[in-house]
Design a protein around this ligand. Sequence first.
Ligand code: AMP
Length: 236
Amino acid sequence: MLKATAFNVTCSVEETEKKMKTVIFGPPGSGKGTYASRLQVKLGADVIAMGDIFREIMKEDSPLGRQVKGFVEKGLLVPDDVVIEVLKQRLVKVSSGRGFILDGFPRTIEQAEALDKLVKIDAVILLTVPDWIIVERLSTRRVCRKCGEVYNVRYLKPKAEGACDKCGGELYQRSDDTAEVIRDRIKVYERQTKPILQRYNEKRILSVEFKCEKLETPPEVAVESILRELKKLNLA
Ligand code: AMP
């Protein structure tokens, strides 16, 4: 469990050097979490989802929980020093012999620089999706309170209304999935996160891209396409 004061953990990343280390990258609502949870089984990798970690921290009645909430609920980024330390604490927990998929990290150039100092990323999975799909998807998204599985009331419905197929947990709408906050999150992505791609291009990090053009694209279609591209690069 993360504690407000535990910000001085030294990260030993040797254990995470054995399998593929990837970043799944894209705007909010591009499917990062949905695809990462399906890819993790196929790639034998852990998923490190920063947004999920912060939502857990927000449940704590602690100074850190309140600080994080103030940013997340406005669609703003949590400060880099906090995010980077949280990532370090999570990275040391990756089981030896497994790779990982980073979902929602890095989101700023500073975070990308910090990541470079910790591990060498093998590949970037880039998701591109038009803004109208983002708005449509996020405003109808529902998430399981217990396990974080993602649904959509229009085209990715659970078998029983309001309950998670995987664990039976209650489905809810995230407080930052409102029209106004979604627009702000897209702006934050364009301004602070997208420039990281240029950096990865310059460093010649391998990348595969999935372009979503249809609102109802089933997750399996996207995941199969990503796996095909990773295989072509000998990465899966
Ligand atoms: P997500 O679940 O990935 O959409 O993230 C939800 C929210 O958590 C974001 O809008 C940010 O407020 C915060 N967050 C997640 N990842 C990061 C990050 N790498 N840097 C800063 N804030 C983050």
